[in-house]
Ligand binder design. Sequence first.
Ligand code: PLP
Length: 459
Amino acid sequence: MSSAAKPSASSKKAPQPALKPNDLEAHFMPFTPQRSFKRKPRLLTGAKGMFYYSDDGRELLDASAGLWCVNAGHNHPKIVEAIRRQAGELDYAPNFAFAHPLAFQAASRLCAEMPGDIEHVFFSNSGSESVDTAVKIALAYWRMRGKGTKTKIISRERAYHGVNICGVSLGGLQGNRKAYAGAMMPNVDFLPHTHNLEKNAFTKGQPAWGAHLADDLSNLVTLHDPENIAAVIVEPVAGSTGVLVPPKGYLEKLREICTKHDILLIFDEVITGWGRLGKATAAERFGIQPDIITSAKGINSGTVPMGATFIRKHVYDAFMQGGEFGVEFMHGYTYSGHPLACAAALATLEVYKEERLFENAAKLEKKWADALHTLKGAPHVVDVRTIGLMAGVELDPGKRDYPNEMSRAMETFDKLFFEQNVVMRFTLNTLAMSPPLIVNEGQIDEIVSRLRKTLETVK
Ligand SMILES: Cc1ncc(COP(=O)(O)O)c(C=O)c1O
C-alpha cells in the first residue's frame, strides 16, 4: 500500500446519520414529476373528516376526497374501528379454495346496492384490476357461450381505465400509452370522446349536444361485425381525463346498440360509484343497466386497497357449467376479498346508509353546480363542468413549454396547496374536484372562493 493511500486522521469522514433528514430519494413515485416534487414536497401526514394535515402543521380542505375515493370522509371512527378489529381477529385468509365469512357478507351486501340483476361480484385490489377482470370475464363469457370469435373490446378516446396493460390498451390518453406501444392489447377500437367546448362549455349537468356520437358505435359494429365484438367499456362520466359528462341520451344509445348486437356493456364506475352522483352507481342515476360494473375507491372509502367487478346473473350463470370440481374462472389475486378490505367495505356501507351520504350528495348537487359555475369569467377559465359532486374547471393552457415549465393547471394546484390550504386534483388542463360526500355548503363556498383567489394570482 502506498503511503498516499493511508487514511489520515483529517481525511476520515464524519459518521453518517442512519436516516437523512429529508430522505425522499428511494421512493419512485407514481404519476408525479418527482424531481420537482422532491425539491418542494407536498407531504400529508394526517387527516380527519374534510381535512388533511400537512407536515408543516397546516389544515387543508380536501376538495378531491384523496384520489376520488374517501367518500365517507377521512378516518371515520366506525371504519377505522372495523379495520382495527379485523386485523386483530383474522389478518389474512386465502380465497382460493378457502374463504372467510366476511368476503361472502361483503359480496351480498355490495351486490344488493347494484342495479337490476347484477347479483355477483369478483374481488380484486384496485380499479385497474377490476377492469382487467371485467375484460377477462367478457372474453371467457363468450367462449362459454360458444361464441369465441367475440374478442374485440370497444373503448373510447379520452378514457381512463387504469394502468395495467389491459387498462392502458383501453385508455384513450396518448401520454399513458406512448412508452408501452409494443405491448398494447390487440383487438381494441375506440369511439370518439364527447368533449366539445364549442357546443357544451359551461353546461350544468348533462349537455344537450352530443348523443349522436354514440351512433359511431353502430359504424364500428358494421366495420368489425358483431360476431367479433365482446364488449363496450365506458366510464359513465369520465373522471380522470377531466370530468366529461355524458350528453343526454348518449348512454341510452350505447345500451340500445349493445343490446341489439349482443355485446356486453361495461360501465367503469371506479369513480362514479358509491354516492359520487347521488346514488350507489351511475347506472342507477342514469337508469341504464350495464352487464358489468367495475368498482374500487369509494367501495370502502379508500381505506384498504379493494377492487370489485360486478356482473349480471346471466353472465355468472354462463360460467357455472361443466364438472363440479373444475375451476369455473381461471383468475384471482392473492388479496382478492382481503379480510381488512371486506371489513372496511361493510363498515363503509353502514356509514353511507346511517349518515345518508348519497342523499347528501344528491341534495348538494345544485349548490355545488351553482357555486362552481360562478367561476365563469374568472381568469383562464374556459369551461366548468359539473354533475353530482364532481366538477371540472378547464383552463386555457396558455403558451407554456410543458413539461419543461409547470403547466397552468399544475401551478394552480400547487398554489392551492401552499397558499390556500386546499387539496385538489388536476388532470391535463382541468382542475378536478370531488369532495368527500360529508361536505357542507360552507365548505363548498370555501373551495370555490379559494380557487378563485388562486386563479387571480396565476399568470
Ligand atoms: C374509471 C377508472 N378506472 C380505473 C381506474 C384505476 O384505478 P386504480 O388506480 O385503483 O387502479 C381509475 C382510477 O382513477 C378510474 O378512474
